[in-house]
Design a protein around this ligand. Sequence first.
Ligand code: MGD
Ligand code: MGD
Ligand code: SF4
Ligand code: MO
Length: 683
Amino acid sequence: MMLHSICRLCSACCPVEVLTERGQFISAKRKSVLPKKRQLNCPKLNSAADIIYSPERLLKPLIKNSNRRFRESSWDEAMDIIAERLLFSKKEYGPRSVCWLRGMAADWGAPWDYVNRLMNAYGSPNSIGNGSICFVGRDFAHTSVYGAMTIPQTRESKCILIWGKNDKDTAPNAAENILLAKENGAKLIVVDPIKTRFAQMADLWLQIRPAHDGLLAMAIIHEIIHNSLYDTDFVDKYTVGFDDLKKTAERYTAERVAKDVWLDAELIKETARLYTSVKPACIVDGNGLDMQLETFDATRAVAMLRALSGNLDIIGGDHIPETVPHRNLQLRERLPASAEPITSAYLLFNTFHAGWGNQVQSCVIDAILDEKPYPLKTLIVQSGNPAVTFMDAHRAERALEKVEFLAVIDMFMNRTAEKADVILPAGSCFEHTQLNRAFIRSSPVKIQEQVIAPVGESRPNWHIIFDLARRIGLEKEFPWQTAEEAIDYQLEPSGITVAMLREHPEGIMAKPVRYRKYETNGFMTPSGKVEFSSELLKEHGHNEVPFSNGHQENPISFMDEPDQYPVLGMSGDRDMRFVNSQFRFIPSLLQRERGCMVDIHPEEALKHKISTGDWVQVETPRGHIQMKARISDLLREGTIRIAWGWGDYNPDYSLNRLTDDNRRNPVIGTASGRNFMCRIKKL
Ligand SMILES: Nc1nc2c(c(=O)[nH]1)N[C@H]1C(S)=C(S)[C@@H](COP(=O)(O)OP(=O)(O)OC[C@H]3O[C@@H](n4cnc5c(=O)[nH]c(N)nc54)[C@H](O)[C@@H]3O)O[C@H]1N2
Ligand SMILES: Nc1nc2c(c(=O)[nH]1)N[C@H]1C(S)=C(S)[C@@H](COP(=O)(O)OP(=O)(O)OC[C@H]3O[C@@H](n4cnc5c(=O)[nH]c(N)nc54)[C@H](O)[C@@H]3O)O[C@H]1N2
Ligand code: SF4
Ligand SMILES: [Mo]
């Protein structure tokens, strides 16, 4: 049988056709905009059956005995233990002592709304996502400038500026649209410290010094304003704070920042000219801008380029999406006003969006270890692996060991689950029906379909959450017996139902796409205009204009000890075969070279007499790891790139044992997991 669904093995949410036989998953194919021969390949999808039926899958709930060993249990027994723990915690320590932490795999899916609903109805403000290190911080930066996160209209664009994004390895559907535009003559500008495949095809490649994006963006802004390359009509009518931005940007001329950002001033100027002279132009920004200490202002400055160039909300530019009308399921109003989340230091970030909620994951570790702002006693981790993916993984592991009670909901045993008291086996993305956030954020709406029954005794995420909610007395809040009922309830204001979505696998438009909406509606910012300067940020003690109070001298971790840690380490690429810490136990994905390597520039390698295949040790003040070296000219001298996500495979390879979680961005709370100073030696 051929069935339509959405793959959610990673966050790209690709529409797929799935072939099943007698209820078994056989194979799946990505729906692509390119002819078959030129389509990008996704090895994860090709190996989907190996993932789904992996002998490593958790098939039954597990409970840890007093001898620290796991035993299999019934669902009832495991669920009752967790439900009792929630009721006990509420009585003994208060509901806020309970935290539900979710990772990337549940993100952008309806299950996260269900978790927020459960936690808010239970009385805890601590359902915490991982968006401070992923793209939610970027969403907030966009939102603070023009009221929403834009979607680049690459396919119709004539000039595409890719800033810290590597779609060819992380989002093939988005990459294919860029390839199409390029074939149709679009110019390509890439800002990336690595010679990615798009950098190799680019008209201009800016091999920026990592973590210095803010300086570069401000220099481009200055160049655009100084040479009157901006859209004067748009700026006059629809923006506030232009003079303040102009004044701040004057401090960051191309000549002044060139040395700091490791680029020629002329290249910076050429970028400003090309980006503003070809219309329409769009900017594809990515996770390369996240996980940096100055990330919020840097991303805000990049966002401002869209407004200065007059490319906001036009075809081929950066579209401001219209949310699909839906019910907010989160029941935030049920929390008492006095309920202070552990992320309370990041008030604006907690509240900028009605659908996101709290995202500063590092606060979970603080609350457990330092008991600040108050102690957490119970932790439920759903679809995340903090022992490997959190910055300063040693510290994260200590917290997971210290917390009084830990439950984990996952498909596989991982380094986090090993520390759990109870583990609940979840179904894979092909085993449950789900509405992904991507399809609420913007039309067309598409549905992720269950195409096979849950493997073993695993259960869909929604099922686990509804069941747990009912066990703690929230039957009224969770009346739904199926995923479909809950999705229909959520989507009711749009008039779209699951039944309709099943008839239209290509998706349903909640409203026709509209452009230049600001001409009639303004922007969804406090002033109703694009905000080059933000009163709200200023009121909260942040920079009203990006970098108005200067730029940090040490924007990279451990930069203050250059003699000890002279090499700039970069968190590694996202190999198309793997997602974050996942899939290192799937044999078909490990067939060719594993890719668990430290990439070293030839000159740097010469200094240490390192050749490809040698074992090296990388050290920072937080820890050390060991890996094989690979000489590579994709990066600059003085820098190395370390494969990331291998901590489950072997803790000695765990990149986040090197990273810092101490210094954080003041607005969105991210630590710098992307870049850090380190030292390297041959073993
Ligand atoms: N195959 C695969 N796909 C994935 C994932 C995966 O692990 N594997 N993870 C998923 C997740 S959770 C996410 S968030 C997305 C992320 O996907 P992307 O947004 O594409 O992000 P990355 O690949 O992390 O980094 C993008 C680029 O930023 C560059 N970069 C690094 N440091 C800097 C810097 O300081 N400045 C600039 N300008 N660029 C820099 C990197 O070299 C890289 O080429 O991918 C998702 N898709
Ligand atoms: N140094 C460094 N650190 C990073 C990054 C980096 O580039 N460098 N990237 C950061 C980013 S952008 C992100 S998003 C985070 C990711 O951090 P995490 O979300 O912790 O990462 P994953 O390794 O993807 O873990 C997902 C877990 O969910 C499980 N899972 C998969 N599907 C399902 C499902 O349907 N249900 C359930 N219950 N579980 C499921 C998987 O088995 C896996 O154990 O890591 C961050 N950490
Ligand atoms: S990129 Fe591959 S794994 Fe990710 S959603 Fe698309 S098909 Fe699935
Ligand atoms: Mo992410």
